[in-house]
Design a protein. Structure first.
Length: 287
């Protein structure tokens, strides 16, 4: 929990509390939803930043290994090479590389310092590579060639991730398009088709059609609020799972899909609540 999280939760409580001033109006549900979303937003932003930092860690680590390979191949020991690189800009990895170099300068064994570095960075790709570098340094041999092979492996992995992301970007766009089409269908059903069924209900109540009147009467007895809520829940659920699917396809992880889920759920809520305020209820309840 960070300061932004507490601010978001406090804002959510204030907005929800103020929404009760409009309890008997159509703005009530919109304000409650805005309060809930404002409480969730800081956590989603933190998750997005975390995902971005993970990608930056892998990119900067690739740059670090390349620089390390160049230094070691000139004949500089790996420990000295790390110390020489500590002042270069490596983004989010900079502080961890400085700590690694400081530990080595204090006489801490390289393998132990590398293990600490891997724990601090807390990235799967970095951890695997650090283990390989530590084992190579302990086993001896041409450390320059080993580091070059490790750097090539990391580079190939990064290249494959980018190629995969570019190849399936079309599927991500299709996922968004399918969701928007689904949302339009739901809104048309809610504000066009159901009012027509309600009109049939009026004919049925006048005795102008047996079976049609029965269908219309049952449709007319449906509460307006229940239908609006049901369609909204349907859109929110669809948006949540569509976002997770888009994240899994586009970035290789369900966790990365949280931002897509949040965006689609916000769009669903705003569009549904706005349409409900502007267009009104789809069905007139039976007297």
């Amino acid at each position: 929990m960070k300061k932004a999280h507490y601010i978001g939760l406090a804002a959510a409580v204030v907005i929800v509390a103020l929404s009760f001033l409009f309890k008997d109006t159509k703005l009530f549900f919109l304000l409650v939803g805005m309060g809930v979303l404002s409480g969730i937003l800081p956590f989603v932003i933190s998750l997005i930043n975390e995902t971005r930092e993970e990608a930056e860690k892998e990119e900067m680590f690739l740059e670090f290994t390349r620089n390390l390979v160049e230094s070691v191949k000139t004949g500089t020991p790996i420990s000295k090479s790390i110390m020489n690189l500590k002042d270069k800009g490596f983004g989010v990895l900079g502080i961890h590389i400085k700590k690694l170099a400081n530990q080595i300068s204090l006489g801490i064994p390289l393998n132990l310092a590398l293990q600490t570095f891997a724990k601090d960075v807390n990235n799967q790709t970095v951890s695997r590579t650090i283990i390989l570098i530590g084992q190579a340094e302990r086993a001896g041999g041409d450390i320059g060639e080993i580091l070059e092979a490790v750097a090539d492996a990391v580079s190939i992995s990064d290249k494959l991730k980018k190629e995969r992301k570019a190849a399936i970007s079309t599927l991500v766009v299709q996922g968004y398009i399918i969701f928007f089409v689904f949302m339009m269908i739901i809104l048309i059903m809610q504000y066009q088709i159901l009012p027509m069924v309600s009109g049939i209900s009026d004919l049925g109540s006048s005795g102008l059609g047996g079976s049609i009147g029965g269908i219309g009467a049952s449709a007319g007895s449906v509460d307006e609020g229940d239908i609006s809520d049901s369609f909204l829940y349907l859109l929110l659920i669809q948006g949540f799972f569509t976002g997770l699917t888009v994240g899994k396809l586009g970035e290789g992880g369900v966790k990365a899909g949280i931002k897509h889920s949040f965006a689609l759920m916000v769009i669903s809520f705003v569009v549904s609540a706005g349409a409900n305020i502007i267009l009104g209820g789809p069905v007139t309840p039976a007297p």
